[in-house]
Design a protein around this ligand. Structure first.
Ligand SMILES: [Zn+2]
Length: 252
């Protein structure tokens, strides 16, 4: 069975939508990921996790939305950033188009942490309209499922964990010869608990947070398998769930 929407013709899509009320939508970003990783890292990983989950569950998967909320990376060349508002409204329009065909359960596979604020707002808005949106972030799942696979300083942006997943999915566009470990700079007014409106370039010259040289395809395979397995569980639960149990409750 085909599961990728863009590979179906409209009669196949009709058949799917008439029998199912669930779809998977990957979203990401196009932004710097250190000297060793491709700019597409966040949307390429989200796409791969979403498509593999779709194959294992027979749930429809849409094309990945490649641009996200990334202005904090813009000093590094090639980062294509859009505002949280434009991002939210674009993803919302895609979800509403899905709902026109009866899809009321949408699993967003988010590859970029900077998108999360907009996606959380969107999920709340759509739940009020009877559409249930869940947001899956692979690195949050990985740190719980595989707590000892990486040191904490290897689990952030462009670090060893993310680089490892790139190494298993598309090694031909990773250049490990350029991988670095760079200790993050502390801002002059930094104290614990402080939130500052800083950009990536304020913390690092390479774009890597913080250790990336310990990356390997072997570790990447473990992460990919663990997070897909976890997401499959969620999709199967959601398939069986009644929409009435998922959407906003009426007044008590
Ligand atoms: Zn990333």
């Amino acid at each position: 069975m085909k599961v990728l929407l863009h590979e179906m013709n409209w009669t196949e899509a009709k058949k799917y939508f008439e029998r199912n009320d669930i779809a998977i939508l990957p979203v990401g970003s196009n932004e710097q990921h250190g000297p060793q990783n491709p700019l597409g890292t966040d949307h390429l990983i989200a796409k791969a996790i979403a498509e593999e989950t779709a194959r294992r569950t027979n749930v429809l998967c849409l094309q990945v939305i490649p641009f996200g909320v990334s202005s904090h990376h813009k000093q590094f060349w090639g980062t294509i950033y859009i505002s949280p508002e434009i991002f939210k409204n674009y993803v919302k329009a895609v979800c509403l188009a899905l709902s026109y065909y009866g899809t009321t359960k949408i699993v967003i596979v988010n590859g970029h942490g900077g998108n999360l604020g907009a996606l959380k707002e969107l999920a709340r808005e759509l739940r009020e309209k009877g559409i249930f949106v869940s947001v899956f972030q692979w690195w949050s799942a990985a740190s719980k499922l595989l707590p000892n696979l990486f040191a904490p300083e290897e689990r952030s942006h462009a670090g060893a964990e993310e680089t490892s997943v790139n190494l298993i999915l598309h090694p031909h566009i990773v250049d490990m010869g350029k991988a670095v470990d760079e200790e993050l700079r502390k801002h002059v007014v930094y104290v614990e608990g402080l939130e500052l409106p800083l950009d990536t370039v304020d913390y690092t010259s390479s774009g890597v947070f913080e250790g990336s040289t310990a990356a390997s395809a072997e570790k990447g395979k473990k992460v990919f398998e663990a997070v897909v397995k976890e997401l499959v569980k969620h999709v199967e639960l959601l398939k069986e769930a009644e929409i009435g149990d998922l959407v906003q409750k009426p007044r008590v």
